[in-house]
Design a protein around this ligand. Structure first.
Ligand code: PMP
Length: 372
């Protein structure tokens, strides 16, 4: 058998490991920011019916341009943000990761640079690597906000072709204020015409208005969103962007023909028709998030402010040991590589109770081990 090392692999992929968190089978899984609530039964029935309807037509390719789905997403975004969005401003793909990849394929690539504010969602840097785009990291400040002075300097110096802002940020939790997004956007444009992507995967969990409201005013702004989190449909793989119609034309140049299956399009439309009930789960999760933040703080942890469906907490002198201790107690959370910090998704009340029990035990173990 030929091993990977014997293959004429791209140099930058040599020695790399695939993206992904460890996934041992334990009772409480709070490691990948999934929505803990299964889809409601009326939606499950509607989806089964839609699969029946489209199955007979699967000899044909899907709608290449996903027109009905994009119109449905535009209606949803309009309702959710109070800002009128049309189908020509929306593009959909298999998860918002694929949307971001298409944006990089259209606006990045060899000889191009993309800048992100880290720590953040590491897949953006991975997409840069995979598309041959040079990745530039601008460090966030101590509170994990964007350091605007450092941002202005780095943008002027590096002149990137693409900027990515994750808001609310993963793994740290807080949303980026609209004024900071504007300032980054303007500083980026001063250096060169530059696309600014705001990754709003957790947008529905934030009380801050969506940056979708700025897309007419800022023509190089691209807001990406997903059905994986608020809609509780991570397994469906549907993400989308809202931007100037020109951006939609640009990503259509690089998308693979028929990238979004007929089944996916039909099921996403069914989910959108049930958005009211699905969004009640978002409210429940926000309440649970407040509870988890309160309890972790009461234990003594330092908890980063969160506008998302997860919380980052610490400090731990040995994150690996704390993570393992949680796991030994049947609770899987995430070590996202932020020094001294771990991240846990907000789960059901029972899952959160189990998590908080484990967090209390870890606190005592750490205290017993000596000064923090
Ligand atoms: N952006 C961020 C910030 C995320 O945390 C995630 C998922 N963990 C994604 C995008 C990817 O979402 P999707 O399932 O839509 O590809």
């Amino acid at each position: 058998m030929t091993g990977i090392n014997d293959l004429p692999l791209r140099d930058e992929l040599r020695g790399q490991t695939p993206y992904g968190a460890p996934a041992p089978d334990v009772p409480v899984r709070l490691n990948v920011n999934e929505n803990p609530y299964p889809l409601p039964e009326p939606l499950v029935r509607a989806m089964a019916e839609r699969v029946r309807e489209v199955a007979g037509g699967l000899n044909r390719y899907p709608d290449r341009d996903a027109r009905e789905l994009r119109a449905g997403l535009a209606r949803y975004v309009t309702r959710a943000t109070g800002h009128s969005v049309g189908a020509r401003q929306v593009w959909a793909a298999n998860g918002s990761n694929e949307v971001v990849q298409q944006v990089f394929q259209a606006f990045g690539g060899p000889g191009h640079r993309a800048l992100g504010f880290e720590p953040s969602y590491t897949v953006h840097a991975l997409i840069a690597r995979n598309t041959g785009t040079q990745w530039i990291s601008c460090m966030r400040d101590e509170g994990f906000g964007i350091d605007l002075r450092a941002a202005r300097e780095t943008l002027a110096e590096q002149r990137p072709h693409l900027v990515v802002i994750t808001s609310p940020n993963n793994p740290t939790g807080a949303a980026v204020p609209a004024q900071a997004v504007r300032e980054v956007y303007e500083a980026a444009q001063r250096a060169r015409p530059c696309m600014v992507v705001v990754d709003e995967a957790y947008g529905e969990f934030s009380d801050q208005p969506s940056m979708v409201t700025l897309v007419e005013e800022l023509p190089h702004l691209v807001v990406t969103r997903t059905m994986s989190k608020a809609f509780g449909a991570a397994g469906l793989r549907v993400g989308y962007l809202v931007a100037d119609p020109g951006v939609v034309e640009a990503v259509q140049l690089v998308r693979l023909p028929y990238h979004l299956s007929s089944v996916t399009q039909a099921l996403a439309l069914a989910a959108l028709e049930h958005s009211d009930i699905l969004l009640t789960y978002v409210e429940r999760l926000k309440d649970e998030r407040r509870h988890v933040v309160r309890e972790l703080t009461a234990i003594g942890y330092d908890v980063s402010p969160s506008d998302a469906s997860f919380v980052q907490f610490g400090p731990f002198t040995d994150t690996r040991r704390a993570w393992q201790s949680m796991l030994d107690q049947g609770v899987l959370i995430r070590d996202s590589g932020v020094p001294q910090r771990l991240r846990a998704s907000v789960g059901t009340p029972a899952e959160n109770d189990a998590f908080l029990r484990a967090a209390r035990t870890v606190w005592k173990e750490t205290a017993a081990a000596g000064p923090r």
